[in-house]
Design a protein around this ligand. Sequence first.
Ligand code: F6P
Length: 329
Amino acid sequence: MIQGEEIQRIGVLTSGGDAPGMNAAIRAVVRSCIYFGKEAVGIFRGYDGLISGDMKNLDSRSVSNIIQRGGTILKSARSAEFRTVEGRQKAYENILKFGIQGLVVIGGDGTFRGAGIFSEEYGIPVIGIPGTIDNDLNGTDYTIGYDTAVNTAAQAIDKVRDTASSHNRLFFIEVMGRDSGQIALRSSIAAGAEATIIPEKPMGVDELVRILEKGAGRKKSSSLVVVAEGGKPGHSIDLAREVNERFSYYDTKVTILGHLLRGGSPSVADRVLASRLGVVAVESLLNNKSAVMIGVVNNQINFTPFAQATSNVDNFEQELLRIANILSV
Ligand code: F6P
């Protein structure tokens, strides 16, 4: 493994689902490279760009005026080819060809699994920055994009509430999160929804109907149920139908927020988190760290080995579940 002080050129890429704040992280990585007298190489479309050699030198101006922009100027992808030995071999050939001596990868669990294998196979130092709206990684309180996605979801649910209360309707609002219910839980509390359906604490249709009947019994003219996609995008349509078969007190509608939650200008929290992690990622490479994800826990920088960050993720906020149950009476 190359020594940190020998690293002169650092590659940066974004991988997996894009997340608001990724551009702020890219900007921090590039400007930190320049600050420490190093060169930054932007790799496009995640690992696919590393395999195809789709990359270019970045300077301070390359990352001007992007901190406030959603998405990622480097684009992103989910690379099936990088999961193959041949694909990673091609990637390494480009690492040598472009003279890259260290990598910063911004993404989620799939990104770090691939990075861990690649670093192990070729001895290339790699640092991970958690960039995903799902907040489904060990070793950090929040992933970049999560705060923005929760705010986007809560604001959308507020809007749905306006029309639900105007028409005495029951709305099921489905949010992203893959297998994590964290976006659903936090946005549901923030928007004052009557119930929250999350994979971490399954709720049967009968129990949900009981909650809704109780509200109707207290003359609630409308109700909102926030549903985590739970790895089954669109399943809230079936849930709404099942509930409506048992409980037709309200006119029932479904709104699926989907990829809306991936867009938008990053919140201040995400911009600052991304800036912190981008700087520390470059410093970590120069200080001989590798195969770790950088996070923030209780506002302190935290390093977690890739394997630990991505396996048996257990960062669900049980306390928020207790709060949601009490406040939805
Ligand atoms: O991992 C981020 C995420 O937005 C998940 O919440 C969602 O289930 C998935 O990506 C959607 O993937 P795609 O953008 O490939 O449809």
